[in-house]
Every structure is written in C-alpha cells, then in structure tokens.
Design a protein around this ligand. Structure first.
Ligand code: UDP
Length: 239
C-alpha cells in the first residue's frame, strides 16, 4: 500500500548527538547515510523537508563556559559545529541524488549560501531539502529554538523532533520504571506538567504559532516516514 503523508511541510530536528551513532564523538557515516535515505523517502512522498541539526556531537557553548571559557565564543563554536553537521548530511543526500541546499544563519558564502527566508522559500518550493545551519545565528539560543524559528518562518505544519526516546514520558523512562509515555499532549498541558519537550524559548515559539511538535526515537529505523504518515510511535504535542 502506498503511504500518504499527513504533513506537507516540516522541520526535522536532529540533535548533534544523534549523528554520533555508536561513536563517542563526531559523525558516524553509516548513521548519516541511513538518515539521508529516510529523508529521500519523505521527499518521494511529496513532503517538503527542512532540516535543523544540533552541534552537541562536537561542541556546546554551555560546556565551553562550564570549563571556564567564554560563553559567546563557545556558542559561536557550537553554531559552527551545526554547519559541519549540515555539510555532512548534505553530502549524504547529494550521494543519493536528493536535491538539497545548506543555508547558514551565519554567512559563510565560500562554504554555503546565507540564510534568508526568501532563499529558503524558493528552495523548498522547488522541492529541495533545506538544511538550516548555524541555528538562529545568535548566542544564548539552541538549535531547538532554530528549529521552531524556521518552522514558523517557513509556515511548516509540524516540527519532527528525533530524540533518544520514543516520545514524551511522565518521568525519565531510563531511571523510573513507572514512567508513562503520552500519545498526545496539549502545549499548555506539557507546560503544566513541567515536561521538557524542547527548551522554553523554542517551545513558546512553537506554541504561539500553533505548530505541533512530534517527538519520536531517531534510533527506530524508518521512523521519519512512519511519523510523517501518522503510523509511528511518537508523542504529538500540540493543541
Ligand atoms: N547555538 C547557538 N545559537 C543557536 C543555536 C546553537 O549559540 O541559535 C550553539 C550553542 O552553543 C549550542 C550549540 O550551538 O549548545 C549546539 O546546538 P545544540 O546544543 O542545540 O545542539 P544539540 O543539543 O541539538 O546537538
């Protein structure tokens, strides 16, 4: 049976850590290749895909600051790390013949095109996968905020947040065996229950723009297409 996607235009948010695969640091080529394959399937279903990738597999500003370094410089390093990750995934998409463009919030024209809403809209309208590199382009933010911001700017139907676990739980399922997984949660309910779906700035932006956040496990093969088609194991956060 041919699957039909529930969402026409999405931001897929992956943490940098996911890209490490089984390695302790950096980028696992096999994992990146698998993700590129799943994105190619999503594109074949007619879904317009924007990708936001974190940088935690390389460096985070908070870690730099915790070790006595300068927070803003650390955040600059973190934003550059997201560019590295986007270039890696872009390469894997290119190898599969999937049209894709890296747009960076931090201009570096020798390496990729600078982000503008116009350029991103044009690329997505052409059916190209857009990799939004550099987060929001500002320190003191995260790539979750970058994902919510781009989702709002691009008029996306949903943010797909691939994480280490298969949804939002009432407590940490790794340490609390009584933790319950939610199928659906309202934005407000998530706040009232104190559940950290995304950081607060990102969550507020998604809520204010009525964009549902779909949390799923990136480790489940085929999850991206399953979630897009509404058949995957996930928690949908949205009113
Ligand atoms: N970052 C930033 N501004 C942004 C996005 C990211 O300064 O708009 C920096 C920040 O230091 C962050 C790092 O880039 O820790 C990597 O992003 P993030 O922590 O969101 O990556 P993830 O946890 O998803 O791998």
């Amino acid at each position: 049976m041919t699957e039909t996607a529930r969402y026409g235009k999405v931001i897929l948010k992956l943490s940098g850590e996911a890209l490490m695969g089984d390695k302790g640091y950096g980028i696992d080529g096999a994992f990146v290749d698998r993700i590129a394959g799943e994105i190619a399937e999503a594109v074949d279903l007619g879904v317009k895909v924007g990708l936001v990738i974190g940088g935690g597999n390389i460096v985070r500003g908070m870690t730099v600051a915790a070790e006595g370094g300068n927070r803003v410089a650390g955040d600059h390093m973190g934003m550059l790390a997201t560019v590295i990750n986007c270039i890696a995934v872009h390469g894997a998409l290119a190898k599969r013949g999937v049209p894709a463009t890296v747009l960076s919030a931090v201009p570096m024209p020798n390496i990729c095109e600078p982000f503008s809403q116009r350029a991103a809209t044009a690329a997505m309208d052409e059916g190209r996968v857009v990799l939004f590199a550099g987060g929001t382009g500002n320190p003191f933010f995260t790539t979750d905020s970058g994902a919510a911001l781009r989702a709002a700017e691009m008029g996306c139907d949903a943010i797909l947040k691939g994480t280490q676990v298969d949804g939002v739980y009432s407590a940490d399922p790794k340490t609390d065996p009584s933790a319950v997984r939610y199928e659906r949660l309202g934005h407000r309910e998530a706040i009232e229950k104190g559940l950290a779906v995304m950081d607060m700035a990102a969550f507020a932006l998604a809520r204010d723009n009525s964009i549902p956040i779909i949390v799923f496990s990136i480790h489940q093969a085929g999850a991206i297409v399953d979630v897009l088609c509404g058949s995957g194991r996930a928690t949908v956060v949205g009113d």
